[in-house]
Ligand binder design. Structure first.
Ligand SMILES: NC(=O)CC[C@H](N)C(=O)O
Length: 222
């Protein structure tokens, strides 16, 4: 099992994401944003959290135009798995791999705290090891986590069971309490909470570990 983790200038969760993949059994290759190609044979691409390019223009907008993102989009279009966390989710919406956008939090404040989520679907390689409706406490740390999309897109996400996680006690104003969504082929997940920050008891909780275990399980099953 092989995972690549991308690093942009300003990424700050790339190492944590790599460690979470490694703990789940993946061989991880770190990839710089200026690379034009992904290493051969990658099963999963991780797009990490952080403040890529200082969040200038819009969070994730400049990173989405990095050379490596063309390769990430091509990987996804071939049916490859992609996980975008926080700034990574913002990057994935900016590439168009995921619908909608992340706006400024409703209270206009940076939020950094443990956040209870409800697992909305287990029908994905990212969430299969959770139980549907399970509560998971996973940290959030963002100022632009307020998910929005037009009504038709939101209805499509619900109808196709593409909402992966919802917030309990919505912290940021996200439409439909949406904390994470899947692509139409269910192989791209973007989520604002940080599962890689909840994989060790020393983190204060381990509810993120099932996400990486789910992904690892997808490849064992295959
Ligand atoms: N932790 C993160 O990835 C933060 C993403 C982005 N910089 C924001 O604050 O919204």
């Amino acid at each position: 099992m092989k995972a690549a983790v991308i690093t942009f200038p300003g990424s700050n969760c790339d190492r944590d994401l790599a460690v979470a993949f490694e703990r789940a059994g993946f061989d991880v290759t770190r990839v710089w944003h200026k690379d034009t190609d992904l290493p051969q044979g990658m099963d999963v691409i991780g797009v990490p959290g952080g403040f890529s390019f200082g969040d200038y223009l819009r969070c994730g907008a400049i990173a989405a135009n990095s050379p490596i993102c063309r390769a990430v989009v091509a990987h996804a279009e071939r049916g490859g798995y992609v996980l975008g966390v926080c700034n990574g989710f913002q990057v994935l919406t900016e590439t168009g791999l995921l619908p909608g956008a992340l706006m400024r939090n409703a209270q206009l404040k940076f939020l950094c705290k443990p956040q209870t989520l409800t697992v909305a679907t287990t029908d994905s390689a990212f969430t299969a090891a959770y139980a549907k409706g399970q509560k998971a406490v996973i940290p959030i740390a963002h100022h632009d986590g307020n998910y929005t999309a037009d009504d038709e897109t939101l209805a499509g996400l619900v109808d196709q069971d593409l909402v992966a996680f919802r917030y309990d006690a919505n912290p940021n104003g996200s439409k439909g309490d949406i904390a994470g969504i899947l692509s139409a082929n269910r192989r791209v997940l973007g989520m604002m909470p940080h599962p890689e920050r909840a994989v060790d008891p020393a983190h204060g909780g381990t509810d993120g570990a099932a996400l990486f275990a789910s992904l690892a399980g997808a490849f064992v099953a295959a």
